[in-house]
Design a binder for this molecule. Structure first.
Ligand code: ZN
Length: 428
């Protein structure tokens, strides 16, 4: 059921032409705000310096097409918004097929796919077309009329920020991007999963504070860091970049640069217990905003759990990454895995055993009478092992790893032991 609602949101966002800046981003955020009423929409003006970058002019596009002398449209932005190169300057020109071909982009190895191409920082215009169409256009005997009805103007870069305060100001950073036009796995699966994850968080008690950022990729994290670096460095204890999490293929993990942060440990633990066959990538293969969150001097503990990782699946950055690639099941599974990670972060703490030596479990009703999903023996063993490592040093996540049991089970045991007076909270 949840997957169906997630896919419905994804389908609603899919037709919007998003880019680094512009109305498509604002429309996307206003739809997301229906799900997250606390979502604040923020702007950074064109020309603003942020770290080593400058916010560019705002880009908007109304229409684009290529027609022949008879008025027949060969390329139509209204059929697919990937047809216009992102950030294309306006154009209205009659061109020979050779002249037009210099402004076309296609993929010879995927002759039916329309590639996703942008040119944010070098002014140009262009059309992205299936390679087989490009071959036909080259042979056309007449001229083509190329029109891009776009505008580059002094405006702003837009992003969304949702803060969900908890009991402590120790913070979890959740980041996703909202800058790709009509593509599903990369990238709408990210913001859709994050919207449902944040809504779930907003409805439950929270020990930790959560900050959910819906930003244009790369420049959005640069802008955010230029405004909030010190606060992030002081508060963030873990974070994730949500992207490419809607198909049903491999589970992929990209660790933070440090590689052993709380976010990494929670993710590896959850993946090991819930997603057989998951693959760990090297930080060398990073490609999204962890490039900035984990940069030297920023050093935030931000990792990423994905299904088919960007750059590794054949539909990546083409029109083939469409609504059929991302499924109800894929989306809802990604949501569940992220929920498990956040539950591990919420429940993780350091406890200390209150008795010297192994306590007598029987007289507290903890020994033979407890049953848990099958094996009472396994339950008692895990209970004794959790007591054995509750030394005021190991946190529960590391104990769960030592015990080899899922965190949720270890947390349930730790809570029972605490209620029986055998464990005392020590620290986070
Ligand atoms: Zn991408």
């Amino acid at each position: 059921m949840m997957g169906r609602s997630m896919h419905a949101l994804l389908s609603r966002l899919y037709p919007i032409c998003r880019s680094l800046t512009g109305e498509g981003v604002r429309r996307t955020l206003s739809i997301l705000r229906e799900y997250l009423p606390g979502l604040e929409i923020r702007e950074a003006s064109s020309g603003t310096s942020c770290l080593d970058w400058t916010v560019p002019r705002e880009w908007n596009i109304r229409d684009a097409w290529v027609e022949d002398e008879t008025g027949k449209k060969w390329v139509d932005f209204r059929q697919c918004n990937l047809h216009a190169v992102g950030y294309s300057a306006p154009v209205d020109a009659w061109l020979t097929p050779e002249e037009l071909d210099a402004c076309l982009y296609s993929l010879p190895e995927q002759p039916r796919a329309i590639p996703y191409v942008t040119s944010y920082y070098a002014p140009r215009w262009g059309f992205c077309v299936p390679h087989e169409l490009r071959e036909k256009m080259k042979k056309h005997p007449g001229r083509f009329h190329a029109v891009i009805d776009s505008e580059l103007k002094q405006g702003s870069l837009t992003y969304g920020e949702l803060a969900l305060p908890g009991e402590t100001d120790r913070e979890v950073l959740l980041s996703t991007y909202i800058c790709h036009p009509s593509m599903a796995n990369d990238n709408l699966s990210g913001p859709v999963t994050m919207a449902f994850l944040a809504r779930w968080l907003s409805e439950r008690p929270r020990r930790l504070t959560y900050r959910a950022l819906f930003i244009p990729e790369t420049l959005g994290s640069i802008v955010y860091l230029s405004r909030h670096l010190e606060a992030l460095k002081a508060k963030v204890v873990a974070g994730y970049v949500l992207t490419c999490c809607g198909d049903e293929r491999a589970w992929s993990f990209l660790p933070s640069r440090a590689g052993n942060s709380l976010a990494d440990r929670a993710a590896r633990h959850v993946l090991s217990h819930h997603t057989p066959g998951w693959v760990e990538y090297s930080f060398l293969t990073r490609g999204s905003d962890e490039r900035n969150w984990c940069a030297p001097g920023v050093d935030l503990p931000v990792a990423s759990i994905m299904r088919s990782k960007y750059g590794t699946f054949p539909e990546y950055h083409t029109s083939l990454d469409d609504l059929s690639l991302v499924t109800d099941k894929g989306l809802s599974e990604a949501l569940e895995v992220y929920k498990l990670c956040l539950e591990a972060l919420e429940g993780n703490a350091v406890w200390r055993a209150t008795r010297l030596g192994e306590p007598q479990l029987g007289k507290r009703g903890l020994y033979p009478t407890v049953s848990f999903a099958g094996s009472a023996e396994g339950w008692v063993r895990d209970m004794k092992n959790i007591l054995a490592y509750s030394d005021g040093e190991h946190d529960l996540l590391s104990i769960a790893e030592l015990v080899g049991a899922p965190f949720t089970r270890c947390l349930e045991i730790a809570e029972k032991l605490t209620a029986a007076g055998l464990l005392a909270y020590s620290s986070d």
